[in-house]
Design a binder for this molecule. Sequence first.
Ligand code: BGC
Length: 738
Amino acid sequence: MNESEARYGLLRVMRMAGISALLIASALLSAASAQNAKDAAKPVVKGPWLDKNLLPDKRADLVIQQMTLDEKITLVHGVEGPLAKQHWLGGAGYVPGIPRLGIPELQMTDGRSGVVIIGPRGVYATALPCALANAASWDLDGSYEYGAQLGKEVRELGFNVSLGGTSNIIREPRNGRNFECLGEDPLLIGKMLGRELKGTQDQQVIGNINRYAVNDQETGRFIGSAIIDRRAMQETDLLAFQIAIKESNVGTVMCAYNRVNSVFACENPYLLGDVLKKAWDYKGWVMTDWGAAHSAVPSALAGMDQEMPSGRYFGDKLKAAVEKGEVPVSRLDDMVHRILRTEFAFGIIDNPPEAHPVNPFTGADVAQRAAERGMVLLKNDNGQLPLEASTIKSIAVIGAHADVGVLSGSGSDQVNPAGGKTVPYDRGIVWHPSSPLRALKARTPNAQVSFDPGTDPAAAAKLAGASDIAIVFTWQHTSEGRDVANLSLPDNQDELVSQVAAANPHTIVVLETGGPVTMPWLDKVSAVLEAWYPGIRGGEAVTRILFGDVNPSGKLPVTFPKSEADLPHASVAGMLLDANSQPKEQKKPFDINYTEGLKVGYKWYESEGKEPLFPFGFGLSYTTFVYSELEAAAGKYLRVHFRVANSGGRAGAEVAQVYATLPSSAGEPFKRLVAWEKVSLAPSEAKTVILTIEPKFLSIFNAAKERWELPTGEYKIEVGGSSRSTPLSQTVTMSDSK
Ligand code: BGC
């Protein structure tokens, strides 16, 4: 197939996907003409740094030797305005290149649950399920596939930097950006995000870890100061970043808006210098979040390498500071070196991306698989699920615009899906065009499937009462820039569910939420499925799970509390409410005191003796699993092996989790996740799982000595299907190996 045939083929599939001919034509033309113009304008560059056999560090040094001060300054900040517009591909940020040296411009796009194109040239990108849904799969290979799809589209759309996922931990369940996070446990976050970023970067784009560090709420995000003791920060928030960076070798780290212990994250010498660059030996570059720089000299000296999206501080001000000797030339060279060595290492200089539209179908298949892996079955009384199509005569489908789409989260992770918006105006909320109603009708051709919008609970209950089963789709919209005031479903949905459940004993609730919500109606419904923000094939994925075409295997990456009263903090720090109890802007700087410290998520509930609604690691299957034969042996490493058997009648996958409680001398009287494996089993099949636990995951941070230490003594090892269901346990003694 030649290039024009390939383009024509793509045009046809995009048409079939309902994408307008005008958009396709303009996308193809603008991509092609931009590429041709660029190719024609490219100077022929020769230089020893273009030798692909040299190491990236060497190549970077060779370029730096040729650079003027102005050229160096060009690379360390973004550009906005007319110059950027000429070259803009529609992403979040642009940094000009240095054509005479063959250094390309940086085209950056947000890419967490899909490529976010905000500019006029953008057409379409795959809306994957949100990051929290990906984390709920606990599936490392799946996370790689998720990241690879992202990276592929980042590159196909002409970008070379993907502003990627975040390692920030869910400390505050009301945080509006929890849907972009990967849960409340540093090991789960670090491993899952690390594999995702590996998938992205294997597509020859530079990846990124967003918002370093302790950026755990949106209220006062530009002015709040996260106050947290060093040990707690190292063992929770920073550990998640450290693991993800180590696993992925990520090219860029974005410093966050907030202050950490009173110092802005982007000019924080401890975070950027002592920890990231020295202790973790990070080789990539630190870019700011958009507008998160506050100075030239302190930021440069602390370790910030690039200001985005403009050069307010790292343009003329940094140049003057270098000329005056306030910032050594060696520090500027280090910034440039980090940027260039990363560009060489990731292949964006040797093999730059060429913009062309993406194929909507392969992406949608990946999105569907990810959604199916990450949905969590929370309740299933009396085997209500899976549904059996042949015996159902009527289904009432209720609420959440389920006739047309599924919910997405807002802010810089808002993907433009194929087919455009389904609900023209809904408070800025985007419902992706994947209709659960249509998918359910297709799955049950002989049943009467009716829809009620759920705005009038009595009307919905009436339809439910006249149907065999009722499926209530519920939603909680969350967004960057604002937290939710509480964990209740909005818009009177608790009343809706209660009335429907009273009218029909076979009521199934599907949650489309960006994190935990409360469920005052839980005892009255027969089944609950957490679908998160499920992406462009969410409707199909929900249907396949409800009917057992897919056996659910997701587990909660975050605890669901019974009520806000059980959280470490009664309300979100600094949150002000308006007359309608809705959050309003907080303008006065304030502290966010993370007094719970180490006790994040399940560790909090366990040590406070509070029973959650659904614990961390929990999720049901249509089959059952039995654990046996634990053996834990301590040597240089701790090795654990045990058996998991499928004792039910269906094939399924179990996320087998290993927790450790450290010796009492460690001062941590609660367990922590130290390993897991997702095991796929046919009916009656059993497998032995063998896991080696990295010493780091059994260690504590000694803040006085600023180092990690492995406590000696008795460790309690527990194994099971959730943080509160660990049928196997054994004690092992770790002695001083020296
Ligand atoms: C967000 C980042 C994002 C950046 C660029 C900021 O507002 O906090 O997550 O990468 O914008 O869009």
